[in-house]
Design a protein around this ligand. Structure first.
Ligand code: SF4
Ligand code: SF4
Length: 382
């Protein structure tokens, strides 16, 4: 399997649809360069169908991974229902890597095991429609180990990057999986882009490390690839520049490629970055759409200060993103605390509570009226 895997959740879009020609330029170039693992999911809007079309000419050269939406599975018949839908959307007769999407606790797995999911998967493997069976995970290390030990999985997928060594499955989970001989696929190597744009203090630590000049994204990816336990690293690339940068990094990164001083620099940068995070949002958008139209990841992005600028500047830019640019306003203060988003969040964020804190930081009495007036003037819309 290629060291770099292609995450297809954020394929380029034109309006609400996936831009197939822009996406094809990316996937064709990736395949030419040797990338052979493409990851999608039933839950990613439009992604499976697009991936099916993009990969059809290359089917024999690539591994397709997709995921059953466990949050929607209520009865055993749903295993067939969602699997059949994925096969059809992907226009293929088999899935190379099939995952139970977003397990978060040992109890989750016990519930689906009691419904017969492992027997179902064994049958599909015997029919040749599933080549490898695994799960993706977003809970804590204890639950991760429990699930690993509960069944003879072919592989697993976990979030891992240099600020998450003690978060979710973390280093403890990675070592446990490796000790069981289980291939580990890593997602979120740059924590939803956070590690591609680190605070100036962290950049200074990298610059002073004595290593060759690198982008923050390169530091993050190299750090994950330095681990022998990691089979491949997923990156959700949606521009040619990102793809080329990642291909170039992958070409000379690998296990043991980082020296002691570089690893020390990464650890110091991690401390700096972790001290700035208020909400561990990765921007995955699983929580959307919100019935009150709150743009949840945008609120957390500004609240965490991922968008640099003064406080006043942040508030203005937030008002623009939440109040002026969208067709319908999307402020944190629109949250009705219905709780619908919470079960979808892989990071287990108490979204309504954190939105209140974000609102207190980002919104002022003028935010919504000023945005409404500005919107009328700039777009003619109300
Ligand atoms: S709790 Fe708030 S943010 Fe979450 S879905 Fe309900 S209204 Fe939207
Ligand atoms: S709040 Fe949770 S589900 Fe929503 S974008 Fe952030 S991490 Fe993803």
């Amino acid at each position: 399997m290629s060291q770099l895997a292609f995450g297809c959740m954020r394929l380029p879009r034109r309006g609400r649809s996936i831009d197939l020609s822009a996406s094809r330029r990316l996937t064709d170039r990736a395949i030419d360069a040797g990338v052979n693992y493409f990851d999608t999911a039933w839950m990613y809007p439009g992604s499976e169908t697009a991936v099916g079309q993009l990969l059809a000419p290359h089917r024999e050269r690539v591994n397709i991974a997709t995921k059953m939406p466990m949050i929607l599975v209520k009865k055993p018949a749903d295993f067939d229902k969602y699997f059949a839908a994925s096969l059809e959307r992907l226009a293929t007769d088999h899935i190379d890597y099939y995952l139970l999407h977003m397990l978060t606790s040992g109890g989750d797995f016990e519930k689906f095991a009691a419904m017969g999911v492992t027997e179902w998967a064994e049958r599909e493997k015997a029919r040749g429609r599933i080549r490898n069976f695994g799960f993706s995970f977003h809970g804590n290390a204890g639950s991760f180990k429990k699930i690993i030990d509960a069944y003879g999985w072919d592989f697993c997928m976990m979030q891992y990057n240099y600020i998450d060594t003690e978060y979710q499955a973390g280093t403890g989970g990675l070592s446990h999986a490796a000790a069981r001989g289980m291939p580990v696929l890593v997602m979120e190597p740059l924590r939803g882009g956070k590690l591609a744009d680190v605070p100036p203090e962290a950049r200074a630590v990298f610059a002073e490390s004595g290593a060759a000049r690198r982008s923050p994204a390169e530091w993050g990816l190299r750090w994950v690839w330095n681990h022998p336990e990691v089979l491949t690293v997923l990156s959700g690339m949606n521009t040619i520049e990102q793809l080329e940068e990642n291909l170039s990094i992958a070409s000379d990164a690998g296990v043991g490629a980082m020296g002691e001083k570089e690893l020390e620099a990464v650890a110091r940068a991690a401390d700096i970055i972790n001290s700035t995070i208020k909400v561990p949002c990765t921007g995955c958008e699983y929580c959307l759409p919100c019935p009150a139209n709150v743009n949840i990841p945008a609120a957390f992005r500004y609240y965490n200060g991922d968008v640099f600028g003064s406080r006043a500047g942040l508030r203005m830019r937030y008002a623009m993103e939440a109040g002026i640019l969208p067709d319908e306003t999307a402020f944190a203060s629109q949250c009705t605390e219905c709780g619908k988003c919470v079960e979808h969040c892989p990071q287990r964020i108490d979204i309504p509570r954190e939105l209140k804190a974000a609102r207190a930081e980002l919104e002022r009495f003028w935010s919504r009226p000023v945005a409404a007036v500005a919107k009328t003037f700039t777009t003619g819309r109300r």
